[in-house]
Write a protein that binds this ligand. Structure first.
Ligand code: FMN
Length: 409
């Protein structure tokens, strides 16, 4: 069977609505609650409190998490009428691949704390819809296992996210393993050389990695194993301790990016850019794309809302490389606003974790289908047929309610 046969075409918003209403006629429901507050509430009921808090929480007083959402409220869509929106195409080109919609599953570590099938379920759900999946360095299953399992569903882009630690041989080993396993881009997360001050996790005294969760890529790595006197299976405590001593590297600087270039041929994407100066440095470093993100508010409390940082980064990049966005995406309108402000595509974090917690692979797939359907309807009802058409003239600031530019009539 060809990939396109195994892969489910993304339904339009109206088709998805009809599927759900038809299901309702026979007393059925999608695998996940439709209102997002109920989805998160259901996940909260299912998960142990410390696992729920690990996913839901952020740094300090969680001001940055709030700022992420408030940044979306500051913009309003200004719909335009009578523009023949009967045929729509949500696909976008990204690093040589055409995605059926501008949505990726972002890197989320230690997924086993919300569901046993963890990263395998998420990667399979993404593959079934042809959407990219970004595997975290601190995944619960090894990068090879996730790649094999997802490829059985359908071929769709898989990227590897790197937490760049202290041991260069280990970093090189992970990067090369990822390339061999078919991960077609390297996402280097810059904002987590230390864990943010996360009050909820500190309150529970809980960090999944200290229990050996999320360390599959380390425990399966030949360089990491070679640094241990006994295998991780025999002496997990020593392996966890070694992980703790190597995980992060606060000494890295822009000069170090060259090291990664020497060890991989795949595109390099920097995640965690907020300052326009850093967008300029990223271009100087010759990277292939960047992700404007504040890690979902998990790192610096009181940081700028990620969407507020997007226009400055987009201006600086000026079309030279794609700019992606995450932190706070929940609904179609959020994706619309991020694209209108210059993002090529967006990544999801907590949103798909709630789907995974509630219904595993099917839950992640339903979350994706719902988000894309919502985006499709938002575009159609606002007068747009494809992502390329979106720019800031589609929006106004919520305090002015005036379009930024005069719409083209
Ligand atoms: C539980 C959890 C674990 C995460 N793990 C990683 C990770 O391993 N690597 C990474 O680059 N980002 C990680 N992130 C950040 C996400 O990739 C993304 O930036 C963030 O979740 C976006 O914010 P949102 O969830 O509010 O949409 C994690 C986020 C959450 C919620």
């Amino acid at each position: 069977m060809s990939d396109s046969k195994k892969r489910q075409a993304l339904p339009t918003g109206a088709e998805r609505e009809l599927q759900i209403y038809a299901l309702g006629l026979s007393g059925g429901k999608p695998s996940v609650p439709m209102p997002l507050d109920l989805l998160e509430q259901k996940a909260k009921e299912i998960l142990p409190p410390r696992a729920y808090d690990y996913v839901a929480g952020g740094a300090g007083g969680e001001d940055t998490m709030r700022a992420n959402r408030e940044a979306f409220y500051d913009w309003r869509i200004v719909p335009q009428m009578l523009r023949d929106v009967s045929k729509r195409d949500l696909s976008v080109e990204l690093l040589g691949a055409r995605l059926p919609a501008p949505v990726l599953l972002g890197p989320v570590g230690a997924q086993e704390i919300v569901h046993n099938d963890a990263d395998v379920a998420s990667a399979r759900a993404a593959a079934s819809l042809g959407l990219p999946f970004v595997l975290s360095t601190v995944s619960s299953r090894s990068m090879e296992e996730v790649a094999q399992s997802a490829a059985k569903v359908a071929e769709s882009p898989r990227w590897f996210q790197l937490y760049w630690g202290k041991n260069p041989e280990l970093t090189a080993s992970m990067v090369q393993r990822a390339e061999r396993a078919g991960y077609s881009a390297l996402v280097v997360t810059l904002d987590t050389h230390s864990l943010g001050w996360r009050e909820r996790d500190l309150h529970h005294g809980y960090l999944p990695f200290m229990l050996g969760q999320g360390l599959a890529n380390y425990f399966s790595d030949p360089v990491f194993r070679g640094l241990l006197p006994q295998a991780p299976e025999q002496n997990p405590a020593a392996a966890i301790q070694l992980w703790g001593s190597l995980f992060s590297n606060a000494a890295l600087t822009w000069k170090d990016i060259g090291f990664l270039r020497q060890h991989t041929r795949v595109p390099i994407i920097l995640k965690g850019i907020l300052h326009a100066n850093d967008a300029a440095r990223a271009l100087d470093a010759g990277v292939d794309a960047l992700i404007v993100s504040n890690h979902g508010g998990r790192q610096v409390d009181g940081s700028v809302g990620a969407l507020d940082a997007l226009p400055g980064a987009v201006r600086e990049v000026n079309g030279r490389v794609p700019v992606l966005f995450d932190s706070g995406i929940r609904r179609g309108a959020d994706v619309f606003k991020a694209l209108a402000l210059g993002a090529r595509a967006v990544l999801l974090g907590r949103l798909y974790m709630w789907g995974l917690a509630v219904a595993g692979e099917e839950g992640v797939r339903d979350v994706l289908l719902n988000l894309v359907a919502d985006l499709d309807l938002t575009m159609a009802l606002s007068g747009y047929t494809c992502c390329r058409e979106l720019d800031a003239s589609a929006l106004c600031r919520s305090d002015s309610r005036e379009p930024l530019c005069q719409p083209q009539l």
